[in-house]
Design a binder for this molecule. Structure first.
Ligand code: SAH
Length: 225
């Protein structure tokens, strides 16, 4: 059986979703400081246009966030690259949790780089679409859950890495608790109207925090939609 995404991704060379267009995006990310070649390769290979509405296909390889419905956005490619690079931190975490599945693009990038990806989303409609994409792209190492991500995924903990793709006011305690020793949490935190990307490493003694710079995310909300 030939899948639609296959037909579209094999149409190389011309057009706004071609390999050349994708390669230009990756060059731009490299110029803007992304260093992990594994991350850049995953971005080259994964068809981002399959994660947005067909009407937005022609803009899928611009370095910009795009609407995905329900007032949510697929993150800007540079941010996806930066957060992924930060989470990998030169190694390969075995088991990763993402909070905020959205379109599924970030989870799909992670799925090409780590053995298993668990992803949680509070908007059912978005989760259904993402699940369909994972299935058609045969990304069989992604596990999805319809839940409030503040709670993480307790039965699957501990995680080697946790990535939150919506801005929180505080680092959720539950997520820290689900981090294994040596594990890393990457999360945008909003304070005084400004968002910073924060990395928290769990050590044998406690938690070490570092600031990875200014970012812009949709807010992390509570409860199910
Ligand atoms: N990673 C996504 C980015 C989506 S935008 C992508 O690659 O497309 C952020 C997402 O976080 C939205 O889909 C939003 O519904 C979700 N979100 C916000 N608060 C959440 C929560 N408490 N639990 C789970 N998902 C949440």
């Amino acid at each position: 059986m030939i899948h639609k995404h296959k037909l579209r991704t094999e149409n190389r060379g011309i057009g706004m979703t071609s390999q050349g267009t994708r390669d230009r995006l990756v060059q731009r990310l490299r110029d803007d400081g992304i260093k992990d070649e594994r991350v850049l390769k995953a971005i080259t290979q994964l068809p981002r246009h399959e994660f947005v509405d067909e009407a937005l296909s022609s803009r899928a390889y611009e370095n910009t966030a795009l609407p995905i419905g329900q007032s949510q956005t697929i993150s800007q490619p540079w941010i996806v690259a930066r957060m992924t690079e930060a989470l990998l931190d030169g190694g390969t975490p075995e088991k990763v949790l993402e909070v905020g599945t959205g379109s599924g693009y970030q989870a799909a990038i992670l799925a090409r780089l780590v053995p298993s990806v668990f992803t949680v989303e509070r908007i059912d409609e978005l989760l259904k679409l993402a699940r369909r994409r994972f299935h058609s792209m045969r990304l069989n190492n992604i596990y999805v859950r319809y839940a409030d991500g503040h709670l993480g995924w307790p039965s699957q903990a501990p995680f080697d890495g946790i990535m939150v793709t919506a801005a929180a006011q505080l680092v959720p305690e539950e997520l820290l608790a689900q981090l294994g020793i040596g594990g890393l949490l990457v999360i945008p935190i909003e304070s005084n109207g400004q968002q910073r990307l924060i990395a928290v490493r769990r050590t044998g003694e406690g938690f070490e925090e570092s600031d990875l710079g200014a970012v812009v995310f949709v807010p992390m909300l509570s409860g199910l939609a």
